[in-house]
Design a protein around this ligand. Structure first.
Ligand code: M6R
Length: 600
């Protein structure tokens, strides 16, 4: 997730771009850059790190009044957060900024290399500008060259491109990643942005571009390549715009999960294959065990994946809570692959565990959401979750993307180990492709949860119960509720209730039961019946009607338990959110917690 901005007009272009980028900084701050165009001169300025670094760099270059410019703030996906990888990217005479992922960039790059193009970055983005110039050099028709470029690109992206060949124009296109084009308040002004927040105050009229819509903008007007666009009025509240109109970042992030799950899979699923550029195919040589280590929500993703590693890859797998692992004097073997899962890449306990494993000579792999973090710098291999910046302290989209990445890795390992049939692998990949749909928030369910949440504001606690991989999901549901509602909640494997916890049950003890159709349905049904017999108040989440429920949240019937897993995840997140809202708690910054726990 990156942020892009563009400007045509008489204001000081560099200031408009910098202010816009500052607003978009939450989308990524690995590096920032702008390109400004004036006659034959393209001025470019880039800096690693936050937008303020770019602001300082800009002070060093001349202070001309440019009439046109594009800018970018980066959340690295391909290539490290370096100066070379910072946008805008240059061809011979054009610059591009890009948000998203170009899935077929390798193939395009190979073709362009043969045509003599020289690349200086490791990004997927750089191919766009070279491809554009390659077409333009051959066709000598800038509009056709841009259209042909777009046609060739696969993936999810939005782009802005400027070129010395047409000094007063910005070429734009959206496919999958957000882009807004706006008329400025002054005559002839045109603005672009990834979200509406940077545009507030500068424009009233905007087009939220649909996918596969693009065009060419200049001070004389905006030409769209097709009719699939409509002008709307821009909202006036900046704060609400930053949250995309949601009241809380957590809510926005729950709703974003479907999109980011797509980002997380782009380029990694190809036909019936799983690809990880980051992992060598000999990774499992001499490995006979996997150990996962993490804290909090990331621990729950790790625990969920342990079911998949054993079931699909058929590799012995254990999971450790990082704070425990550090001091238990663990016996470590070099035949163990050590996987750390972390949203921030900075959690002290997980980082120390990673250092310990490395020191013992274990192969280390980190699943992380922050590219330039301490963990990604330390681990032998790092794989990004690509959830985009998560602002809510209660983690949501990091969990879903971590789980997807781990599921993909378990299949990748299964293939390397020859432990999965071609048909089974194809079926799993087919299911992975349906995850973004399972993560779409169902409005009817959200409305229902808003209503029923009022019945869960008192009592003496919650049991979240599930079996198999739905047990880590139950743990995650309970943690979410604890974090933001401050109500006591425990996650349990449903079969374990009769071994003690059931003693707590009465009508003021709420049970949230995860009852998927595709995994051990009859077993969990019996467990819930036992709780009902003791008068627990029961809320079941299931695609199958269950008579003993006091509240029932009906999920969709699905062919695979993992699709049920992700749909139920959204339900649990919304349930915590709505209870916390009713209790008037600070959802995004709950008491006593911090987003990144860098102390022991
Ligand atoms: O950044 P990490 O994933 O390493 O953080 C681990 C935990 O601190 C984190 O998941 C925490 O439990 C969240 N607040 C959960 O919502």
């Amino acid at each position: 997730m990156c942020g892009i901005v563009g400007y045509i007009g008489n204001k000081k272009t560099q200031d408009v771009l910098l202010n816009g980028l500052k607003d978009l900084e939450y989308r990524g701050y690995d590096s920032a850059g702008i390109a400004l165009l004036e006659q034959d001169n393209i001025e470019v300025c880039k800096a690693v790190g936050k937008v303020d670094n770019l602001r300082n760099e800009l002070k060093k270059i001349n202070n001309k009044n440019y009439k046109i410019g594009i800018g970018h703030t980066r959340w690295a996906t391909h290539g490290k957060p370096t100066y070379e990888n910072a946008h805008p990217h240059l061809g011979e005479y054009s610059y591009v900024v890009h948000n998203g992922i170009i899935e077929n960039y390798k193939q395009i790059k190979e073709e362009l290399l043969k045509d003599g193009h020289i690349f200086i970055s490791q990004t997927d983005t750089e191919v766009i500008v070279h491809l554009f110039e390659n077409y333009n050099n051959k066709l000598n028709n800038i509009k056709e060259a841009f259209k042909k470029t777009i046609k060739k690109l696969k993936g999810a992206y939005s782009i802005l491109l400027i070129t010395k060949e047409h000094k007063n124009k910005i070429f734009f296109f959206k496919s999958g990643s957000p882009l807004i084009v706006a008329k400025g308040k002054e005559k002839g002004e045109v603005l672009f942005s990834s979200t509406d927040s940077p545009l507030i105050g500068l424009s009233n009229d905007v087009v939220y571009l649909e996918d596969e819509v693009g065009g060419i903008a200049s001070s004389k007007g905006i030409e769209f390549f097709n009719d699939n666009y409509k002008w709307s009025t821009l909202p006036t509240s900046k704060e609400s715009a930053q949250k995309d109109g949601f009241d809380f970042f957590m809510e926005k992030e729950i709703y974003e999960q479907s999109d980011v799950s797509n980002d997380c899979m782009i380029g990694r699923l190809q036909d019936d294959e799983i690809l990880f550029d980051e992992i060598d195919s000999n990774i499992l040589e001499d490995i006979n065990e996997i150990k996962l280590c993490a804290c909090g929500t990331s621990y729950h993703a790790a625990l969920a994946s342990s079911y998949l590693f054993e079931r699909l890859s058929k590799i012995r797998t254990s999971v450790e809570i990082a704070s425990e692992f550090r001091y238990k004097k663990p016996l470590l073997s070099k035949q163990t692959l050590f996987i750390v899962v972390s949203q921030s890449g900075e959690t002290a306990d997980s980082l120390e565990a990673l250092k310990m494993a490395k020191k013992e000579g274990l192969k280390t792999l980190v699943i992380c959401n922050a590219n330039n973090s301490s963990m990604t710098r330390l681990a032998n291999i790092s794989i990004l979750a690509r959830a985009g910046i998560e602002k809510g302290v209660a983690s949501t989209k990091a969990f879903s993307t971590q789980t997807i990445v781990l599921w993909m890795i378990s299949l990748y390992f299964a293939k390397i180990k020859n432990n999965i049939s071609k048909e089974k692998l194809a079926e799993e990949i087919q299911t992975l492709r349906q995850v973004p749909k399972a993560l779409i928030v169902n409005n009817t369910i959200h409305e229902k949860i808003k209503r029923l949440s009022k019945r869960y504001l008192h009592g003496h606690g919650f049991f979240f119960i599930g079996r198999d991989i739905f047990f880590p999901l139950a743990l995650e549901g309970a943690l979410k509720l604890k974090e933001i509602s401050y109500l006591h909640a425990e996650g349990y494997p449903a079969g374990e209730m009769k071994h003690g916890p059931i003693a707590l049950v009465d009508s003021e003890l709420f049970t949230i039961a995860l009852m998927p159709q595709n995994l051990l349905y009859d077993k969990i049904k019996s467990n819930v019946e036992e709780l009902s017999a003791r008068d627990s108040t029961i809320c079941t989440i299931s695609p199958l009607n269950f008579d003993l429920s006091d509240d029932f949240i009906k999920t969709q019937k699905a062919k695979h338990y993992m699709l049920e897993f992700f749909e139920m995840l959204v339900v649990l997140q919304l349930l915590s959110l709505e209870i916390a809202i009713r209790l008037k708690n600070d959802v995004d910054m709950p008491r006593n917690l911090a987003k990144s726990v860098t102390v022991e």
